[in-house]
Design a protein around this ligand. Sequence first.
Ligand code: NDP
Length: 287
Amino acid sequence: MGALVFSGKELAARVRQEVKEEVEALKAQGIQPYLAVILVGDDPASQVYVRNKERSAKKVGIESHTYRLPAETSQQELLALLQKLNADPKVHGILVQLPLPDHINERDIILSINPIKDVDGFHPENLGRLVAGYPRYLPCTPRGVMRILHEAGVNLKGQEAVVVGRSVIVGKPMGLMLLAEHATVTTVHSRTRDLAFHTRRADVLVVAAGRAGLIKGDMVKEGAVVIDVGVNRMPDGSLKGDVEFDEVVEKASVITPVPGGVGPMTVAMLMKNTVEAAKLQTLNREA
Ligand code: NDP
């Protein structure tokens, strides 16, 4: 059959254009959206992600500053910086790039970000709001996936949606967002007894396991919509998704490539969340 290979890169450029227009409208009212990014240590993947975020912010007119802290930064020092940023009215969004070095407790750090500035949407208050059905900031990656599904014209109502992975960053919020749009959601993970049994039933399959080539052609239903969130660095330096693209592209109706699929959408959605944060904190809106 041959699938529509959906370019997240192109859609991300369109989303950035939308954000840029919103930023211009805010600037006309004297509001300059501002994102603070904190990077601790020198993890190479994190450095790439942070650079992409800086570049994207610049393109849309969001002011951003990255605090690059050495790996040996203490938890107390990081907490002190967060307190400062929480209290600074110029700063609308705060993002702490994960993972953090082992001596820093990730939970303590996320809990200490002011939820109104938590543009990643990882603070329990924001995740709780998503569960409760009145979300504030949606986590960027699943938000990007939803936008792809909408743009691809996928009607989720009553569809079998299967999410591979249950992380707080991707899998769990993804399931909740699909559920909110009336899909029948199954979440599978590393202890699932028969992965293929579930993936073969999926009308919409979202894969976020971090295992290169986990999903083979025979694990996918004919005509399924397949979203590959996985990013795996191969020994030759190339990037590969969690889906065996060459096999699955023959069966799917829609598929996202890696790179150029979900990744660019994640960053674009961070920009959207930052503008929403700027609005919430300046236009006297109900938080
Ligand atoms: P985590 O490692 O936190 O979670 C991976 C999940 O996949 C876990 O729930 C794990 O199960 C499950 N899993 C692992 N192996 C298998 C398997 N063989 N079968 C079924 N389930 C399995 O990763 P993240 O959620 O943070 O990220 C997932 C992937 O997405 C990574 O490749 C990451 O790089 C990528 N990513 C991409 C982004 C983008 O913008 N494109 C953004 C964020 C992440 P269990 O819970 O039982 O351990």
